[in-house]
Design a protein around this ligand. Structure first.
Ligand code: COA
Length: 509
């Protein structure tokens, strides 16, 4: 199929040019809104061309740095290439690129970690300044100029509306049959004119399958034929299987108690291998007729759609392994009837998550004995990825679960600590903590009761004595008038596990 067939609008076809020519339209200091969400639907040609341009500018002694705004994480061609040449002044929101991470942690690049549902509205509110350029990958351009979104929707609607200039990448690799799978809601307003989001079921279609753009703002159209990142998942190991087992058992018990319908409530599953293993567990489990209301659709949900355990899934991006992508492509007609891709401001909308009663399951770095969760920082100071949508879901879900192996780095680190070294999800937003050791149901428990159950159920047995000892001494101290008994802590010692790890490579002496 000739690539021109994907750009049917005559005016936009006139604007087809090379990636280098398009990248030349981006200037130092620009805020650039890029498409892309968890390795799907990101522009693949203009960012590397821009990185080359920035590198040449730097070699010539010129300053050239831009602000990069995305949906979420992208890929080495975008985050990696631009970070490598020192081209990013400030990045938002979620990223997971090793080069970006290194630059951020070295203090060479600013990073603002924002809840994914907040990004679009912050731009509409004017909180982040002017968006100068949008670089958006699409699967095609219709004759009337409407755009067929590609494998993620993310913040594209907002970038296209808000940017002064638009560069489109039309990617022939993206299946043409994606057309019709998306649901782009154009009904959002600014306060005080907001209306309820009219969604009552995860599969409801409340918008339209296309993105709009003012053709006069489009300054370049670049044709590409390049695949998404599509990294493979590692097969579930014993730890993730055990975490999945605890969650399944818990959900079964909840259904038996009549707290949830037999087909559960819509599932949200976070990024990574453990989340994928939990979905595989659910696929083998006793529940039928489930639905998904999530952010990223990974292989696990695809398998559940295939088996019929999941009847439909709503997300903002596909994040499939190469094998998952092949399965998706081979059976596209089947999946497009069962998958809806939406803007992230809707997939992660607190109002909708609360109304649907989502079951939220996300990974974490550590939890403390009182149930505060750190999803983002290593030893309190170094960013890992970002909060992503975990906060959007955790605070508003029917059930909010956080999961992690009980230890990291071959047991040198306990993922259950006296005090979290950074808090993304406070004790108020965390109902269930799960490790391979067990599942702690924290609902209805005061902080001290929480500490008991988290230590005895979730902590690794090697760390339990030290945690018990910490709590006992904190309580003794509080009773002597040094501190309170509501959330007992020894302030001088609360973060000593982390500082000891930094000094010695082990949390315990
Ligand atoms: N202290 C220090 N390092 C830790 C740690 C801890 N308590 N727990 C894990 N780590 C390290 C691991 O050793 C690993 O290091 P490596 O990269 O050097 O191998 C790294 O952190 C990642 O750990 P891993 O167990 O592989 O994590 P994961 O792939 O399951 O991801 C998160 C866990 C928390 C990083 C990931 O879920 C995340 O980014 N979450 C936030 C965003 C989110 O929840 N998004 C979904 C919302 S919709």
């Amino acid at each position: 199929m000739p690539i021109e067939s994907r750009v049917l609008h005559p005016g936009l076809r006139q604007k087809i040019m090379s990636a280098d020519a398009a990248a030349a339209l981006i200037q130092h200091g620009d805020h650039v809104g890029m498409s892309g969400f968890t390795g799907a639907g990101y522009p693949k040609a203009v960012p590397p061309a821009l990185a080359r341009r920035i590198e040449s500018a730097h070699a010539a002694g010129e300053t050239f740095r831009i602000g990069v705004w995305t949906g979420a994480s992208t890929a080495p061609e975008l985050d990696g290439a631009l970070a490598k040449v020192g081209g990013i002044e400030m990045r938002l929101p979620y990223q997971s690129d090793p080069t970006c991470r290194a630059r951020i942690n070295a203090g060479e690049m600013d990073y603002i970690d924002i809840h994914l549902s907040h990004v679009a509205q912050f731009v509409w509110f004017g909180f982040l300044g002017k968006l100068n350029v949008a670089v958006i990958e699409v699967a095609g351009v219709l004759e009337d100029g409407r755009l067929i979104p590609s494998s993620s929707v993310g913040n594209n609607k907002t970038w296209l509306d808000q940017a002064d200039k638009v560069i489109l990448e039309v990617n022939r690799w993206q299946p043409a049959a994606l057309e019709g799978m998306h649901d782009v809601y154009y009904g959002t307003q600014l306060p005080p004119h907001r209306k309820p989001i009219p969604m009552e079921h995860p599969g409801d279609r409340i918008g339209e399958p296309y993105l709009h753009v003012d053709p006069n703002k489009v300054v370049a159209v670049v044709e590409t034929d390049q695949g998404d990142r599509n990294s493979a998942f590692t097969p579930p190991d014993e730890t993730s299987e055990r975490i999945a087992g605890h969650i399944l058992e818990f959900l079964e018990a909840e259904v038996k108690k009549g707290r949830m319908p037999p087909h559960l409530l819509p599932l949200q599953s976070g990024v990574g291998n453990i989340a994928n293993a939990v979905l595989s567990g659910l696929n083998r489990g006793p529940f039928d007729g489930m639905t998904g209301y999530t952010e990223v659709l990974q292989d696990g949900m695809l398998e559940m759609l295939k088996s019929g355990k999941l009847t439909l899934a709503s997300a903002t991006a596909l994040s499939l392994s190469p094998a998952g992508m092949q399965e998706f492509l081979d059976n596209l007609d089947f999946y497009r009837q069962r998958i809806v891709l939406r803007p992230q401001e809707i997939s992660n909308h607190p109002e909708v998550i609360r109304r649907l009663g989502v079951i939220s399951m996300n990974g974490m770095i550590e939890a403390d004995i009182y149930g505060n969760v750190n999803s983002t920082h290593i030893m309190g100071t170094r960013i890992m990825n970002g909060i992503g949508g975990s906060g959007d879901f955790a605070r508003n879900a029917f059930l909010s679960m956080f999961m992690t192996p009980s230890t990291a780095k071959d047991g040198a680190i306990s993922c259950i600590v006296p005090m979290a070294s950074h808090v993304d999800h406070t004790e108020h937003d965390v109902q269930i903590v799960v490790t391979e050791q067990g599942l702690a149901d924290l609902r209805g428990l005061s902080p001290r009761r929480r500490a008991e159950i988290i230590i005895e159920t979730c902590a690794h047995p090697d760390y339990r004595p030290a945690l018990r000892n910490y709590v006992a001494r904190a309580e003794r101290q509080a009773k002597l008038g040094h501190g309170g008994m509501h959330t007992p802590h020894i302030l001088d010692e609360a973060l000593s596990w982390h500082s000891r790890y930094e000094r010695t490579g082990r949390m315990l002496p």
